[in-house]
Design a protein. Structure first.
Length: 292
């Protein structure tokens, strides 16, 4: 092959590479527009009057205003919006604390403590991931109702402190199995017990998996609708997802504009929490879920 043919071949390959790169980026931009369109529609709808939201195909508001945000911040049902935010924050933060504490301790027991039936119990715990949440709704409600815990936050928080979220226990077990067992043995030679090994050696090294569990727990709890709907009866105890439902009444007039505005406000804490800790998310998942 002559030098001229070689140069022509390199030029062709470069042109193909450039065309492929442009096609890839165009495809990614198109997919991003499809994924982000609902969020953009919600944001634009929060600036429209309620009469323009349903049946209006225009995305850009003709006479945009912040009146919906003023209405949303005033609250509904005699309860201020600040109360709804406070309730959601209490439930979400306490859920994060409960999951981190209970799942980490349970994971340490499954990965570092040898006891009879450990593998069997771990397999049974993982098997609960296949059990739909809707199957246990009625038994759980009966139990909490008999304990007079309905219309309180206990049914939403107590399971978090009892390591009932098998996904996070499994996540942390997989992470701990990747930590060198020699660290435990060296600490045990120096006289450290399980409590000291867990608190001083294992727990500091679990930072990626702990933050990953915290992110998922916060987002899932903040957006949870079914749990608060089942157990909370008083409006002053409602979390944000339940409060959003109050703006839509099929028997009277529904304020869709205020609902969209409150939905945008409810999205901000989740986005802030995610952006602060997102750099730990990939690290925690990649170092936890792929180890056998």
């Amino acid at each position: 092959m002559s030098a001229e043919d070689s140069a022509r071949l390199r030029q062709t390959n470069k042109r193909r590479s450039r065309v492929g790169s442009v096609a890839y980026h165009v495809l990614m931009i198109a997919l991003a527009c499809v994924v982000l369109y609902p969020a953009l529609w919600m944001l634009m709808s929060s600036l429209k009057p309620s009469s323009d939201i349903v049946g209006n195909v225009s995305l850009i508001p003709e006479n945009g205003s912040l009146q919906n945000y003023i209405t949303a911040l005033d609250g509904i049902g005699g309860v201020s919006t600040l109360t709804f935010f406070q309730n959601s924050l209490i439930v979400a933060v306490l859920s994060v604390i409960g999951v981190v504490l209970s799942a980490s301790v349970s994971a340490y027991a499954f990965s570092r403590v040898k006891f009879p039936g450990r593998n069997l119990f771990f397999s049974m715990m993982v098997a609960t991931l296949l059990l739909p949440f809707h199957v246990v709704i009625i038994p759980q409600y009966i139990v909490f109702n008999n304990l007079d815990m309905v219309n309180t936050y206990w049914p939403l928080l107590l399971p978090k402190f009892l390591a009932t979220d098998a996904f996070f226990v499994f996540l942390m077990v997989q992470f701990m199995r990747g930590l060198p067992i020699e660290l435990d043995e060296a600490a045990r030679i120096d006289g450290a017990g399980h409590v000291r090994i867990f608190s001083s050696i294992v727990l500091p090294l679990m930072k990626p998996s702990l933050i990953t569990a915290s992110i998922f727990t916060f987002i899932w709890t903040w957006n949870d609708f079914l749990g608060p709907l089942l157990y909370l009866k008083q409006p002053d105890l409602y979390t944000l997802p339940i409060a959003l439902r109050l703006f839509v009444d099929q028997t009277t007039v529904s304020d869709y504009g205020a609902q969209m505005a409150m939905a945008v406000l409810a999205l901000l804490p989740v986005m802030l929490f995610f952006f602060i800790f997102q750099r730990y998310l990939v690290d925690g998942v990649s170092t936890s879920g792929l180890k056998g």
